[in-house]
Design a protein around this ligand. Structure first.
Ligand code: HEM
Length: 413
C-alpha cells in the first residue's frame, strides 16, 4: 500500500481493531506481543496508522519533536478529521499544543503542582480517604473497591479537597467525565448523544463559574493558585483556565480510579506480595511503580503524527501519518523490563511510562502518586486483612477507547 510517495510494506499491516472489546479484555496478552516488534500498521478507518509499542520507539516518538508531534501537520485536512471526533467540543488540551505555546502553559501551571505546593494537602487526603472508607464498609465487611473506593478518590480529594469545588460543582464535573466514554466508539460524523452534550454544557457553565469566582476572590486552593500564577507579567486567560480545569478532570478522575483498581487487583492476584505490602507500608511507593507498569489505566497515549517522511526501526512513517503510542505495551518491553509479565514489587522498575514521557509528561503525576500512595496506606493500615471477596475473581474491563478500567472489584475486609 502507498500513502503519497511512500510505499508501505504489506507485511507490516495487522488485521487488528484497537477499539475491540477482545483487545481490551485481553490487553496483557496482546500488548506484550506487540512490544516485541518494531512499529506496525493498522487500518482503522480506511487509511493506515502506525502502532508504536517498544519502549525505545515510544521514547523516540515522544521526545524527537522535529519528527513527531501531537499536533497534526495539516490541521484542517479531511484526512485528519477522519480520526478525531471533536469530543472535547473545541477545548484544546495541553496535549494538543506544542512548542513555545506549550512550554508557556507548563511554566505557568507547574508551580501549583510542585512537591512543596502539594505537601500541605497531606491531612486533607488522609481525612477524605477515611471518610470514603467509613462509607464503603458502613453496610458490612464487603465493598466494591471500584464503585465505593477508587472512583471517589479524585472527586473528593482533588476536586473538593484541593480545588475547593462544592459538592454540586464536583457532581456536574464527574457526570461529564463519566459521559466521555459515550464518545469512544463514535466516528467524526456521528452526532454526540444528548446525554453527553447536556453533561458537557453543564460542566462548562460550572467551570466558567468557578474561574470567575476565584478571579473575584482567590482562596488558597489550587485553582486560585492558577488564577494568580504570574511569570514575568504573563498570566493565564479565562479561556486557558477553563481548558486547564476541564483537562485536569478528564485527565485525573478516571485514570486515577482505573490505576488504583489495577494496583489492588495486581496485588491481590499475588497473595505472597500482597501480604508484604499490607504489613509494611514503606513498600507501597515502589510496589505502586510495579503495579502501574503491570496494569496501567489504559494502553494508548494521545495520537501523535509524523511531521516529515521518516522511519522507525525500518517501518516507513509518511508525513501526516497518525501514530498510536502504546505506553502500556512499552511497559512489557522485555529489553527494558526483563521477564515483563512477572509481577514483582521488588523490581523497582525505572521510567515506567504510565504517565507518558517527553514534553507532555503528565502534569499531575506528583499529585496522582501522592493521592494513590496515601490512599493505599490508609486502606491497608485500617484493613490489614483486606482481600478479594472471591479468590476466583475474573476481571472485566470498561472505559473510553483503550482504557482498562475494572467494572467492579469486590473486596472483603
Ligand atoms: C494515575 C493517574 C494519572 C495517569 C495514569 C495519567 C496519565 C497521563 C499521561 C499518560 C499523560 C500524557 C499523555 C500523552 O502524552 O499523550 C498525561 C498528561 C496530562 N495529565 Fe495525567 N495522568 C494521571 C493523573 C493526572 C492528574 C491527577 C492530573 C491533574 C491534576 C493530570 C493532568 C494531566 C495533564 C494536564 C496532562 C497534559 C500535559 C501536557 O500535555 O503537557 N493527570 N497524563
Amino acid at each position: 500500500m502507498s500513502t503519497g510517495a511512500v510505499q508501505l510494506p504489506a507485511d507490516l499491516f495487522r488485521d487488528l481493531d484497537l477499539a475491540s472489546e477482545e483487545v481490551r479484555q485481553n490487553f496483557r496478552a496482546h500488548l506484550s506481543e506487540w512490544a516485541k516488534h518494531p512499529p506496525f500498521y493498522v487500518d482503522q478507518k480506511g487509511s493506515p496508522q502506525a502502532v508504536v509499542a517498544r519502549f525505545g520507539d515510544m521514547r523516540t516518538v515522544l521526545t524527537d519533536r522535529k519528527r513527531f508531534s501531537a499536533v497534526p501537520p495539516v490541521q484542517d485536512g479531511a484526512a485528519m478529521k477522519k480520526f478525531m471526533p471533536n469530543k472535547f467540543m473545541n477545548v484544546t488540551p495541553p496535549t494538543q499544543i506544542e512548542g513555545a505555546a506549550h512550554a508557556r502553559i507548563r511554566n505557568l501551571v507547574n508551580p501549583a503542582f510542585t512537591a512543596s505546593a502539594l505537601a500541605r494537602y497531606g491531612s486533607v487526603i488522609d481525612r477524605t480517604v477515611e471518610g470514603i472508607l467509613d462509607r464503603a464498609v458502613a453496610d458490612g465487611r464487603q465493598f466494591d473497591a471500584m464503585d465505593q473506593f477508587a472512583s471517589w478518590l479524585m472527586p473528593l480529594v482533588m476536586l473538593e479537597g484541593m480545588f475547593g469545588f462544592t459538592p454540586q460543582e464536583r457532581a456536574d464535573f464527574v457526570t461529564m467525565n463519566q459521559c466521555l466514554r459515550l464518545t469512544s466508539k463514535l466516528s467524526p460524523d456521528d452526532p454526540f448523544p444528548p446525554e453527553y452534550t447536556d453533561a458537557f454544557a453543564r460542566a462548562e457553565a460550572t467551570i466558567e463559574g468557578i474561574v470567575a469566582t476565584r478571579r473575584g476572590q482567590p482562596g488558597d486552593d489550587i485553582i486560585s493558585k492558577l488564577v494568580m500564577s504570574n511569570e514575568d507579567g504573563d498570566t493565564l486567560s479565562d479561556r486557558e483556565l477553563f481548558e486547564l480545569v476541564f483537562v485536569f478532570g478528564a485527565g485525573a478522575i478516571e485514570s486515577t480510579a482505573a490505576t488504583i483498581g489495577g494496583a489492588l487487583l495486581s496485588l491481590a492476584q499475588h497473595p505472597d506480595q500482597f501480604v508484604q505490602v499490607k504489613h509494611d507500608p514503606s513498600l507501597i511507593p515502589a510496589a505502586l511503580d510495579e503495579c502501574m507498569r503491570y496494569h496501567g489505566p489504559g494502553f494508548l497515549l494521545f495520537t501523535r503524527y509524523a511531521m516529515v517522511d521518516t522511519e522507525l526501526d525500518g517501518t516507513p512513517l509518511p508525513a501526516g501519518m497518525p501514530i498510536y503510542v502504546c505506553n502500556q505495551a512499552a511497559s512489557y518491553d522485555p529489553v527494558q523490563y526483563p521477564d515483563p509479565l512477572r509481577f514483582d514489587i521488588h523490581r523497582h522498575p525505572e521510567n515506567v511510562p504510565v504517565f507518558g514521557g517527553g514534553a507532555h509528561f503528565c502534569l499531575g503525576n506528583r499529585l496522582a502518586r501522592m493521592v494513590m500512595i496515601q490512599a493505599l496506606t490508609r486502606l491497608f493500615e485500617r484493613f490489614p486483612a483486606i482481600d478479594l471477596a472471591d479468590p476466583d475473581f475474573v476481571p472485566v474491563y470498561d472505559g473510553a477507547l483503550s482504557e482498562t478500567q475494572l467494572v467492579s472489584l469486590p473486596m472483603q475486609v
